[in-house]
Ligand binder design. Structure first.
Ligand code: SF4
Length: 579
């Protein structure tokens, strides 16, 4: 689908001092390691789409009323649902100064496909005219040569999105483009605003009309109503009303702007091509694919403006200690990426080494739950001095398909994705390394599969601490009552999963490994200590929506809500993290 918007011609002068003062952000060392390849597979959840608001707000943590068991509907099985992982919501990319900007965005989105498979879009600007192509599905589903040819210009932004569902799905695919009295602006957003309900209610009270159920649209309204001048000051003005997570790229008729929230929850990097074109992307793997050299992070609380005059860096007010999502290093980002100045591969290898040191067990072979457990398993095996083998093989040809088995097959869904290698497992004491456990349903199936393939013992090692809390910052985690570690002790989980031993990465060991960077990370899903407390009883997340809420009140939007933590109205918005 294509849409065209013709922008007014208006010249924007550079912001004047003091708002244009350079930010003295420290640069972190590049711990980049040689790239490794990883196939792209991230899950799709249908069950989450069916979660109702009433369910989201009625159950309480540790209530014990969430059904424990197989978790799969054998009659109607979306098998990606069985990949029991939190889901990253989005990836963004922006290019300034290359005549093939939209083509580079397309390639960048390819590299970021693991961050969202439900929708993709690109907005390009040529001669102050905006052209947009968005669609539902994978990047290759949405774009072809002719669609890319509809996006001329040397300025473009792109977006991949996880999770839109129902009748409103296409409307919620980004980038969004909006016209206002001074021209047009496009935006692509990774993250989640925790004050969306309040913002939207205030904006609607003052006459704004929403076209989507996305919190990103509220940002465009805030820019439109801002009285600040020039445009960049409007972006700063709008962002200072936002609470929560946002790594965003904006495009105007002559500028590319990248913004990261003051906590830096979600990643955003900057690179440059040999022709001088500037590139922003959620991960460095996107820069690698288009031969752009990684220069640095967009720092938490930084606004970077690129135009014909060069690059200008501004600070958002309220710049605080960063709280970057540690799950990027545990699961979301590709191992070849450098995220927050650290190599993801190196982090995962060290997680495995720590597990081997602190939770070692006598074994004959170390295997991984592919793909995200592989690097940690390599680290475990190297440290333990035990061979690493591919005891589980992942099918790379499983897509999003509705499956209706003609007969009930135990563990059907997981067997489609993972196959045990009997020759590796038979009669062996096996350590199997995974990155995380969410509900525990898939883990129990994997253990059963390994034992049925002949493993004598199965010892599960998890390269992250137990998840006990939901995320409000752009990650589609399960609700607290669904998180197995919120309901059970480690021994109870071991018993439920059916393995011979189970160990998680110790929280303190994780922080110790991060060293002096440790305070700069968000660990809320492990600790329940939220860097930004939502002051709302329920918080919209970017998950699966079955209704855009346009035909009723905001509360009528079904799904996509999680219960906020108890908050004292008089309390500070920001709660310091323990430790
Ligand atoms: S709560 Fe967890 S998933 Fe969410 S930003 Fe914090 S560390 Fe990341």
């Amino acid at each position: 689908m294509a849409a065209t918007a013709i922008a007014n011609v208006s010249s924007l002068s550079k912001p004047s001092s003091p708002s244009t003062s350079k930010c003295p952000f420290p640069q972190k060392p590049n711990l980049f390691l040689p790239p490794t390849s990883k196939p792209l597979h991230k899950p799709f959840s249908a069950a989450a789409a069916a979660r109702s608001l009433s369910r989201a707000i009625s159950a309480s943590p540790r209530s014990g009323d969430f059904p424990v068991g197989d978790g799969a509907d054998d009659d109607h099985c979306y098998y990606d649902e069985l990949d029991d992982k939190p889901r990253e919501e989005c990836g963004v990319v922006g290019v300034y100064g290359d005549p093939e900007a939209s083509r580079l965005c397309y390639l960048g989105l390819h590299a970021l496909q693991h961050r969202g498979q439900e929708g993709a879009g690109i907005v390009a600007v040529k001669d102050k005219v905006f052209q947009s192509v968005t669609g539902v599905g994978l990047v290759t589903d949405v774009f072809n040569e002719s669609k890319i040819n509809q996006l001329p210009g040397d300025l473009a932004i792109g977006h991949v999105r996880y999770s839109t569902a129902g009748a409103s799905m296409l409307k919620n695919v980004q980038p969004f483009v909006a016209g206002y009295r001074f021209g047009f602006v496009g935006v692509a957003h990774n993250g989640n605003l925790v004050n969306y309900r309040k913002l939207r209610a205030e904006l609607e009270d003052s006459g704004s009309i929403f076209n989507t159920s996305s919190d990103t649209e509220a940002v465009l309204h805030l820019i439109a109503i801002s009285k600040a001048r020039p445009f960049i000051a409007r972006i700063v003005d709008a962002c200072e009303k936002l609470e929560g997570a946002y790594s965003m790229v904006f495009v105007t008729e002559d500028k590319l702007v990248a913004v990261r929230d003051p906590y830096g929850f979600r990643p955003l990097v900057m690179g440059r091509k040999s022709n001088g074109a500037v590139v922003f992307a959620s991960e460095t793997c996107a820069l690698d694919l288009i031969d752009a050299t990684y220069e640095r992070e967009v720092n938490p609380g930084e606004v970077v403006v690129v135009d014909h005059e060069g690059i200008t860096s501004l600070c958002l007010l309220g710049h605080r200690e960063p709280k970057q999502c540690i799950f990027e290093h545990i699961y979301f980002s590709l191992p070849q990426s450098v995220v927050y100045g650290r190599s993801v591969y190196e982090s995962r290898r060290q997680f495995g080494e720590i597990l081997a040191t602190e939770s070692g067990v006598d074994c004959d072979v170390v295997i991984a739950v592919p793909d995200s457990g592989v690097v940690a398993a390599l680290g475990y095996a190297a440290k333990a001095g035990v061979p690493f083998q591919q005891g589980l093989i992942r099918s790379h040809y499983v897509g999003r398909t509705f499956i209706e088995p003609s007969q009930k097959i135990r563990d059907f869904g997981v067997k489609l994705k993972l196959s045990p290698v009997k020759q590796i497992l038979e009669g062996k004491r096996v350590v199997v390394v995974d990155d995380s456990i969410v509900r525990g349903t898939t883990s129990s199936k994997i253990v059963r599969m390994l034992k049925e393939a002949g493993a004598k013992e199965v010892h599960m090692r998890i390269a992250s601490p137990p998840m006990i809390a939901s995320c409000y910052y752009g990650v589609d985690t399960a609700s607290p009552e669904e998180l197995i570690s919120n309901r059970m002790s480690v021994e109870e989980i071991r018993d439920y999963i059916g393995c011979d031993s189970l160990a998680f990465l110790e929280f303190d060991s994780l922080k110790k490994m991060l060293g002096q960077d440790s305070p700069d990370f968000c660990y809320a899903c492990f600790s329940g200590n939220y860097p930004v407390l939502p002051k709302e009883v329920i918080v919209k997340r970017v998950g699966d929506f079955v209704d855009d809420g346009l035909s009723g009140s905001i509360d009528s939007i079904q799904g996509g809500w999680v219960q906020g933590p108890p908050v004292d109205d008089d309390s500070e918005l920001v709660a310091p993290l323990a430790g």
